[in-house]
Design a binder for this molecule. Sequence first.
Ligand code: ZN
Length: 294
Amino acid sequence: MARSPDRPISVCLGDFALTSLSDGTYRLDGGAYFGVVPKTLWSKKLPADENNRVLSGLNSVLVRTGDRNVLIETGIGNKLSEKTAQIYGQPAKLLEGLHAAGLAPEDIDIVINSHLHFDHCGWNTVRRSGTIAATFPKAKYYVQEGEWKHTHENLRDGVSYFTENYDPLVESGQMELLRGNAEIAPGIFVEVFPGHTRDMQAVFIQSGGKTACYISDLIPTSAHLDLNWVMGFDLYPMESIASRKRYYARAIPERWLTMFTHDPETPWAYLEKDDRGKIVCSVESTAEKKNEST
Ligand SMILES: [Zn+2]
């Protein structure tokens, strides 16, 4: 069962409050989602429908630091063409969730996109009286410069980029293009993890000695934790595996809260190795999830 966007889930991380928001769910081809992994294996974790598609979430995270409201990722949005909306649906729930969390678009100070595929930055902009405008008028937006350049190369994943989600913001100066790892605000920084795209960035949140990480499409759901279960969508699968190794080497011993971009049920979890060395969500995070939903 998918989570309700009307009931955002929150946790504290040191002095910060993290709220999981959702733009709704959509369906992706299960084969593309799991690359070379046989369907007999992945379908045990995520069942496919009659068209071989699996249910996927569109998870954003709102970080309230005390003096700033930071929004990580903006879902699919509400500007899809009729044809694209027919394929994926267009739930467009994010602003409802933001409202339920007590905020209006004007309250967002910072928007960070991990990368610019259409299902990660759709609510960056809206169509208003025939032009494209920033959904979050007071926010500064951030993405990697290499990612933005790649959107104009029209390579294998060219169909996943819609320029209206970001070009107007780059032109107006509202979107800042980063060159590599950077601190965005105290306790909020980005680090590049290549694989899904060359310049996809993860977002780190640190407060009170605790760390959370929005790892985005490097580990899209809790069904993708196996080091080698990388997506068919990934442009550089061997780099995805290397990036995951680099991530797990710190995320597990340092107990980072891992945030999943496309998991329809589990927005975040702590990771650990089980007796057989497999990477799994810790029992503790499953228990926390139960508490949150009650
Ligand atoms: Zn992507």
